[in-house]
Ligand binder design. Sequence first.
Ligand code: BGC
Length: 657
Amino acid sequence: MKTVKELSTEEKLRLICGKGRWHTEDFGGKLPNVMVADGPMGLRMERYTEDGKREAIPAVAYPAIQLLANTWSTECAQQMGKCLAEDCLERGVDILLAPGVNIKRDPLNGRNFEYFSEDPYLAGTMAENYIDGLQSHGVGVCLKHFCANNSEYDRLHQTSDVDERTLREIYYVPFEIACKAKPVSVMCSYNRVNGTYAAEYKKGFDALRGDFGFDGAIFSDWDAVRDRTASAKAGLDIEMPFNEKNYEKLVADYRAGKLSDEELDACAERVLHLVARCKEMRKGKTVSSTEKERRREAKRIASEGIVLLKNEGVLPLAKGQSVFVCGSFAKASPGQLRGGGSACVRWVKEKFDLPEELSARGFAVDYEKAFLINDTGAWQNARTAVLKAGRSDVNVVCVGTGDGIEYEDGDRKTLRLPAVQERAILDTAAQNPNTVVVLFAGSAIDVSAWVDRVKAVVYAGFTGEGGDEAIADILAGITVPSGKLSETFPRSLQDVPAANTYKRAGVTRYQDGLDVGYRYYDTYGVPVAFPFGHGLSYASFAYSGLRAVRKGDTVTVTFEIENTSKTAGKEVAQVYVRECAPLVYRPFKELKGYAKAAIGAGEKKTVRIELPMRAFAHWSAASDAWEVTEGDYEILVGSSSADIRLRAKITLTEQQL
Ligand code: BGC
């Protein structure tokens, strides 16, 4: 491998601009290079057919990141990373352009399905494990999109106007935590941050490298660079894809003395280091699973993330019941079960068929397509569907969004489902009190028009290709649901703070500050449809015996969970911290730990979670540093953010940071 000293100035200038769309420069084979590819929930690559047409290569479609986050399982995140790494190894991909860890500030954000959570700790820790899964199996990641890219609205120009404390406590944290897994690269976002393009955001890059220990290379988002010189000066190492005009301007700027040799060398050196690191990472790594096994994993992860939002005794289905399945989502085309844009995967699997999967599990199933996704497709065969719904034991209505509603480069217009879908739920539920709604959507939905009229709601999310089997297992009681919401379902858009802040003429003001998601609903007592961390089970769990003990810089929290039912299940326990009498504003409580435990019927398990001092800290605008205020803190242990089961108090007497 060459060192930067062995490269000519021309070569260095060329090296910090990519080669084509998916490679780093290799000077005609003189230098090794890396190949990158999307995306977060399945490999997206293209090939040319014999007649010269471009087509996507089929790949295993894993659950969307949103659904992975609903598993609250670091093991699932590791496993999905491992499977994706093996897909990449098979196709010669060195770096997967994933994961995205942007915070779900606004439920309308068109890319929320690609992101983990409204909570930075959950997003960061899940991403950390996903990255570790990929990189420990030989494939690098590109952590994205840095930063404050929380909406697709006017994304190439819009500036996110956000204060430093909010950046530090909310928007940086997922990147900061994910950096513990040593990602080989980070991708900047398209937007501006406080007026500066993310591609030129030196202050943020310095935080990444200086404070979060990031030691990899920074890529631009595709075509996010306006001024290659300014971005190189800020520390952006590789512009993607190659842009002739930008390159020529860069060369001219260099000649005019606008970019120093130190600045150029710093970027070029990091590109060389990236290539060497990726090659090293890959050494000796072989594919240990078959595609079939990875597809099985995709299904298993989906089963762990599907959330039972509501259940008034109708689920699981009883043996041999007659089930009417209604709605095109039950036999969805892939486009109905994924979001659009760079995260789009062409599925290996050819058929998604929930009615068939239910039949295979012993139910008498009837199906009507009844309605398409949006209002242009009318509520078809309404009378037949309504009659069939009324004549079956259980009516299962499958509704959702898909890539025509949730996609990159645009935000959703509404939190509600298309009117035809709401109508179908209401009309069939009027005939059958045992109505179950299965919801296929990549982010929160306003359920207020129909939720009180149905007995159960299963939030499937964008399941990927194993969804039909995973949902059938949950409906049939073969799998006990264990997913929990990684984002709040607000009652309506009006209740969402981000929807009520200044957003005009290219400027989005983050005047909601720290009050994102449950931090806001909790602090201000705003009721929600389904709270952050919520998810029901067929089992039931009792919490007891909370202890919080401080030793040095760590508070160790232990408690017991008992499965008080006759059904084995998994429980996600959540640990929140609340400062009792803060000297600066703090949201009511914040998630600082969680654990998912498999607990057999009647069994009791001890859960232990360690909280570092950082779990108690806030970013002090007075000292530009993390600070722990002396005083009392409550440790709140809950089954959801709204269902706190145990409380303990701890007094911190010394400043530890
Ligand atoms: C997206 C990135 C993606 C890249 C390459 C951009 O438009 O924002 O997330 O990785 O394209 O496809």
